[in-house]
Design a protein around this ligand. Sequence first.
Ligand SMILES: NC(=O)c1ccc[n+]([C@@H]2O[C@H](COP(=O)([O-])OP(=O)(O)OC[C@H]3O[C@@H](n4cnc5c(N)ncnc54)[C@H](OP(=O)(O)O)[C@@H]3O)[C@@H](O)[C@H]2O)c1
Length: 510
Amino acid sequence: MRSIVAVTSDYGIGLDGRLLTHISSDLKRFKEITLGGAVIYGRKTLETYPKQKALLGRVNLMLTRNRELSEPNIKTVDSLDALFVEIDALRRRGFSGDDLFVIGGAEIYEQLHPFVNEVLITRIDEQFEADRHFPNLDQDPDFVRTDVSDWYVEKGVRFRYETWRRVVDQVTLEATLKKDRLALARRNVAEFSQAGTVKKRLEILEDWVQKDGRFVYQLRSGEDVFGFLLFAPEVLGADTATVVLHSDLSLTKNALGTIFETLFAEHQALYSLLLATDERVLIDADLLPGIHTATLPGIDSTSRLIIGTRSDLARGAVGFFPFELGLVALKSDGQALTEVEFLQLGQRVEDSVFKMALKVAGALNKQNGLKKTVDTPFSSSNRPDEPLQLAFDWLTAYFEKKSELPPLPPLSDQALPPFMTKVLDALKDIPYGEHLTYSELAETLVGRKKANDYARAVGQACAANPYALFIPCHRVIGNRGELVGFSGGIQVKDYLLNLELMTRLSRRPK
Ligand SMILES: NC(=O)c1ccc[n+]([C@@H]2O[C@H](COP(=O)([O-])OP(=O)(O)OC[C@H]3O[C@@H](n4cnc5c(N)ncnc54)[C@H](OP(=O)(O)O)[C@@H]3O)[C@@H](O)[C@H]2O)c1
């Protein structure tokens, strides 16, 4: 809803039931702007119109407590609630918030001010005496002036046009639902924007919770719900991820930052996707009015819109290192590696972050199977971060069978079960090219007597090793020499053991 008003420098709008001045070009502009929309006014303002008649070409909604009052072409309403019922009906007929104009006078401007998101001001550069005033926007932190024209002069009166918008700086996101059918939720975008009151909006959102949407977040400023955000994260695994942001109010950069920070924090895959693309800030305007729809980069095209990519939020990256059977896939949190996986050619990639980055690189087939490896190591960020670079250096030396391996990259000291930590520690001591059986390793941990009982647990700990290869669980084998218990699969384990063995043999002094 918008207010349109002519004010003096101290927000005076009327005296003795009259306007303070008549600027014909302003009245003409008023007509142009409001034509085709709905005008909302108080009974006393009607009295200031020529012959006290409805404004033509506009839906006229007049507030009066006098239920007897009836005027041709004017819909009278006796309360704000009754007004909102009419507004909802208009919205169902296709009127948007921008088509609803509050046109005075002081009582009506005042009462509807909390529902108004934009004020179109004609600023009269005079100090006319006034007994009716518009709410003082200079003292209202919720409004900022977003547009201002040059000064004009008509019959000695200096005036200009100003646009003021309600802004939100402090926003909170509240996840509302997690279901399917984004399309349906999208249809409701229109419905939402038609809702007049906070209560009504909440009802609609509650309704969505029951039926549609993937993730719907309410955008809140304090108690007030002023918009919502639809987010389809699973689409990340398919073609595109979509974020639909609808806000009745303009958002400051700060508010946008909060929104994306929340999204990134809650949806790691989205974050990694953004890292997997060129860094580009789409929204660099100070304010973002109305609906903003953006599509995250498509798989085949990295040039499409990226929404709110923020390097200051960078917390990690993924990297891939090619080897004969596929890729070593790595995750880093910027400080240390957090995960290492082997991905073999043809293997379906399950991890959503790896999947997304590989899709962007064009390395997956339609079934998300690894269809090709890459020629050189690559990372999802523009440059590999330090842990990834150290991992790449280490892997290069390892696969090129260098006699000296550089120091291991830092491995995140994430909380692992105590027994697993013990197993992983023990694994680190098995030298390159050598191997132990599960029982032998268990023996180093629990003694000979219990070794057989613990062999299986050692195997399980190896299979769940988050740092395959860097912690060499491929160097543990079954009691009868079988190659089990390796997170990267038997083939990879066989390959690594052979590689190490051959390298050792070739290094033996002749
Ligand atoms: N500068 C500008 O752009 C501009 C624009 C418009 C008006 N104006 C000026 O503003 C002045 C008029 O403003 P005003 O504040 O005196 O009067 P107003 O806002 O135009 O009308 C007040 C009347 O609206 C009805 N009303 C108010 N709240 C209501 C509610 N919640 N439910 C039902 N009815 C409600 C009542 O009518 P009943 O008494 O019939 O119950 C009330 O007396 C005039 O001087 C006019 O020239 C200036």
